[in-house]
Design a binder for this molecule. Structure first.
Ligand code: PLP
Length: 466
């Protein structure tokens, strides 16, 4: 096989930049060989919900650049806050030192998250936040004299990141299978995913049945379990699987009854995505740990935070430390630039009616997607706030998927790029997760491109990728 290695960079244009990229850059979650046939897109700037490539083509960012962007690309407010902070203090060690942006951000996060979460530990990406929550939960029980608690319960189809600890509590085969020999073994509880319910079973009934199964697992395993970790309301990377808020309320009660922690991974669903500021609010529950990242900086810089309770904090607080202190650090913990941009992001939520506007946008999206419910290759159209997903199948009646090698979703992706929209289906689940700054016309554009792309994808005799 020829590995592309052009000798000299050509003048900038999409193809030239892509060729230069392919000499040295290795991209995430990518079989690099695919880029012999699938174009790699050089983006030179962003404007609102749009990305602009090196030849001036515009693409509506229907997936918020991996679910991070809330208020548009190159957002002037966020850029100004960043520039201002960069001229004051770009970074300082966060052990033994502190700064106003981190203090103010912690205050604001405590103010807006569910009651009871009063302590904020910073890290620098989503997976790192999960590592922190897992280690902190384990260490809490150790400090309380329960060193026998070493395991975690996760849901089937869950995704919590790809570092080894986070991957350990994830159940998406694509990411997990290869590295399984390196991982901790979680206890898997069946997800309350409404799509996988029995025919005619309501989402609330699925949640109740799955809670019964979780109770059974806790009866057997609570003594060795630190925490149950879930993505509240929507299991995103697992295929935008959605479930009823009753599950979260029941999970809170079970965690209290069996004395295990409840870790809410709101990395993807936090900051207004599901219709409320945090997804847990829809069940009126507060977890013991809440992990935040992605939208935290409006999609500008990497940053994450783990919020927890006074009870957890107190278990680590001791005059003579003797191993009681929480041991976890990243060089860029609490980075001032990222904290400052996060503060400005939260200020936008205060200054503008973001959630109200999202409700209007979400209703428009739902109305536009409704006709797909009757499509012969659509088994499900589901939506929670500003996340909507279409489950493409070979046969709607039997819900039979296509063989995994038939990457129909890839055809939707390619169609989108040719028609000015970034859609990046998860397998054969086409989804929409746009920045909150889109207008209804831009939603129409996304839906029109997706619908045409779906027709192309279901009609074509497919080439088998990989
Ligand atoms: C993206 C994601 C993570 C991991 O965050 P990274 O910043 O990509 O490491 C963890 N949990 C959920 C639910 C996510 O969507």
């Amino acid at each position: 096989m020829d590995i592309p290695t052009p000798d000299a960079p050509a003048p900038a244009g999409n193809a030239a930049l892509a060729a230069r990229d392919l000499r040295h850059v290795w991209h995430p979650c990518t079989q690099m060989h695919d880029h012999e046939s699938i174009p790699l897109l050089p983006i030179v700037r962003g404007e609102g919900a749009w990305l602009v490539d090196a030849e001036g083509h515009r693409y509506l960012d229907g997936i918020s650049s991996w679910w991070t962007n809330l208020f548009g690309h190159a957002n002037p407010r966020l850029a100004a806050a960043l520039a201002d902070q960069a001229q004051r203090l770009e970074h300082v060690i966060f052990a033994g030192f502190t700064h106003e942006p981190a203090i103010a951000l912690a205050e604001e996060l405590v103010r807006i998250t569910p009651p009871g979460l009063s302590r904020v530990f910073f890290a620098d990406n989503g997976s790192a936040a999960i590592e922190v929550a897992l280690k902190m939960s384990f260490h809490y029980w150790l400090n309380r004299g329960h060193g026998e608690k070493t395991r975690f319960i996760a849901l089937t189809g869950s995704y919590h990141g790809e570092t080894l600890g986070a991957l350990s509590v994830s159940d998406v085969a694509l990411y997990r299978k290869t590295y399984a020999p390196l991982l901790l073994t979680p206890i898997l509880a069946p997800a309350p995913d409404a799509y996988q319910g029995e025919p005619g079973e309501s989402p609330a009934a699925v949640a109740a049945r799955r809670l019964g199964e979780l109770r059974g697992l806790l009866e057997r395993h609570a003594h060795e379990t630190c925490a149950v970790i879930v993505e509240p309301l929507v299991q995103c990377a697992g295929g935008m699987r959605m479930y009823h808020p009753d599950y979260l309320a029941g999970l809170r009660r079970l965690c209290d009854e069996f004395e295990v922690h409840f870790i809410a991974d709101e990395i993807a669903v936090g900051f207004g995505r599901t219709g409320t500021m945090f997804a847990c609010e829809q069940a009126r529950v507060a977890p013991d740990f809440m992990c935040l990242s992605k939208g935290l900086t409006g999609g500008t810089l990497p940053l994450s935070a783990v919020l927890t309770t006074e009870d957890v904090y107190a278990a680590f607080y001791a005059e003579y430390s003797a191993g009681k202190a929480f041991l976890h650090s990243h060089s860029y913990t609490g980075n001032p630039l990222a904290c400052r941009v996060a503060l400005e992001t939260l200020a936008i939520f205060r200054d503008e009616p973001v959630l109200e506007r999202n409700r209007t946008l979400a209703a428009h999206l739902a109305a536009r997607l409704a006709p797909l419910r009757d499509h012969p290759h659509v088994a499900d159209v589901r939506q929670t706030g500003m996340i909507a997903a279409i489950e493409l199948v070979a046969d709607r009646r039997t819900r039979t998927p296509w063989p995994a090698a038939e990457r129909r979703g890839m055809l939707v992706y390619l169609h989108g790029l040719r028609h000015g929209a970034v859609l990046r289906p998860l397998g054969n689940v086409v989804y929409f997760m746009p920045p909150y700054v889109v207008d209804t016309g831009e939603i129409d554009h996304l839906v029109d491109v997706a619908m045409a792309g779906i027709e192309v994808a279901v009609a074509r005799r497919v080439r088998r990728f990989q």
